[in-house]
Design a protein around this ligand. Sequence first.
Ligand code: ZN
Ligand code: ZN
Length: 233
Amino acid sequence: MLKSLKQWFFPHICCLCEHYTTNDQDLCSVCKASLPWIENRCYRCGLQLKSNENSIYCQPCIESPPKFDRLCALFSYEPPVTKLVTRLKFGEQLAYGRVLGELLAEAVNHLWYYEKSLPEAVLPIPLHANRLRKRGFNQALELLWPLKKGRQIPILLNACSRLYKTKSQSQLKKEYRKRNMRKAFGVNKPLPFRHIAIVDDVVTTGSTVNALSEVLKNQGGVTEIDVWCICRT
Ligand SMILES: [Zn+2]
Ligand SMILES: [Zn+2]
């Protein structure tokens, strides 16, 4: 009753089609269903599996797995999600972060962990202090508020630091990305958790989350790392 009254007085407007929504989100059910939801991906790295691959892992992960244990993504990096993510990151429109964060929370609560225990804590991928100052917010952290509303899960804000101001990954070719990320992160102190999730908005080559996973396992005492992201290319 209270919910429907609230909806009556403060209706939500879909951030994609700009019509009123009938649900409690700024995304209508028609637009939600038409998003590029991910399917048939490698359990470990989240890349598309080839139709002839009969494993849940892709061939590169069988031969040389990344440092993280599992990658959970909502969408392929395609329109209109690209628009939402770009606006979240560069347009400083945090309402987009709330919509994407609500979708992330739904997946964490109802989809990704139905047969597995949840990570003990989540770690939004750290930005370098200069970039954080310039942007004013960490988009990975913004994605976590809707999840935090519903459950008591610690958010690790000071566990790791970005040590070097690495060049923006999106400006670099693949072979340079790995080199760019080497020694990019440091662990401030060992963590009291074994199983954690790293949160990022978009995972492209995976070299950033891989570099962070490596230091968390080597210096942070973490043994299992899941990666949660909105988009996987
Ligand atoms: Zn819509
Ligand atoms: Zn893989």
